[in-house]
Design a protein around this ligand. Sequence first.
Ligand code: ADP
Length: 485
Amino acid sequence: MRVLQVASEVQPFSKTGGLADMVGALSRALARKGHQVDIVTPAYRGVLAHAVGAKPANWRFSIPLGGQWEQGEFYRLEIESGLTIWFVDHPRFFDRPGIYNERQVDYPDNAARFIFFTKAALLLARFLDPNPALVHCHDWQAGLLPLLIHHAKVSRPWPEAPATLMTIHNLAYQGWFPASQWGLTNIPISWFHRDSAEAHGQMNLLKAGLMLADALTTVSPRYAREIGTPEFGCGLESILLRREYELTGILNGVDYEEWSTTANSYLPHSYSVDSLEGKAANKRELQAEMGLPDEPDIPLFANISRLTGQKGVDLQLDALRLLLYEGAQFQFVLLGSGEPALEQAYRELAAENPRVVSVRLGFDVALAQRIEAGADFYLMPSRFEPCGLNQLYSLRYGTVPVVRATGGLDDSVMDILENRDLATGIKFQEASARALAHAIRKALAVYRERPLLDHLRRNGMKADFSWDRQANEYVTLYEHLLHEI
Ligand code: ADP
């Protein structure tokens, strides 16, 4: 089957978070299962230079965007057999330092940028030969596309029109814009209503996708249940409840070629479930790199994250302060970037506790790998977490996850109290510094009980969250949709 993936980030070309990992890895897994996969994504600054072999597809186009005509061009790269990526080139929209924002401030023309992007994707859906049977849209940046396809089908005959699937990676980001921007869609205003993109008098691009796609998915079964409630639904819970039977939660997988403890050029020492000495050596290297004392017997905790309320990093800060006050013996490393106040608070924590806390502010894929390999425990105190990837990487790297029982974290980590034989980590329920500190104290106790630590590590390292497996769930869903429509 031919599937078109529509995403504003794709690993290894552009990334701000888990969306990029998911689209890159799912597409590869589908292609390896024999499907023909096309991905369409913007050619941000530097992307075409990085995409060695990408060539102009001899496909220039002109798209109406409100009162203007915007010219664009597709570049094409066949990544491997069955997997082609189409880059949408429009320098004025995409040749910028950031993907969505600069210094935490969104680009003011994001509606124009991503409506243009979805219109370019519509061209591919319509004119690729053969037509894709299914268009898989990811997050608000692609949210308008199910509506565009629906509108195109209704406006003129399109017997080969594809089925549409909308995946929610994070409901907190919906693409809200003033209603006046609806004009950029060039679709009659009679189409702008509460059963399409209108919400509270504004335009909501994700809502358009949620209303008009043939089916919906999100990235874990528990998050699929959570988003039907006011606590997690971000105002869209009634729509999600209405479409409950068309909404499926499919846990993200891991690209184990990229996240491997053996044959990985990012890691100073390889190791495996049968020989963990390399992990101890990686810990020593990480302590040196992060300027922490070389203490093999002090447990090393880590966190790699966007610094924002969702990730509970403020709770983490308070929990660490509490443990430091108690005189607990541990080390902690953080890699992240985000809200300036949080960055500053972590900088201060490290400055006050240089032998215990080390902080690196920025985005560094290689360091993220070394941290996963060198740490003993990985903290993930998220207030909500659609899937979460770092707990999955941690499992494979023998780094015991300590997570809040929410969304994909609850689905992917087994606590000692749930099943001691199959346990892979430590979970806590309440989103509070006190509950996190309590979970960290449990981790400190586990660290002192070596056989239990090794048991958790080994269970985690052996767990299979491969895309090879998870992609089958998408294939089943795609096939079901194609039969239905
Ligand atoms: P989200 O998409 O909500 O940010 P996920 O856990 O789904 O969270 O995915 C985050 C991805 O981004 C992971 O691959 C993680 O390793 C990576 N990441 C986050 N922050 C950084 C950083 N500062 N440096 C390198 N990688 C990071």
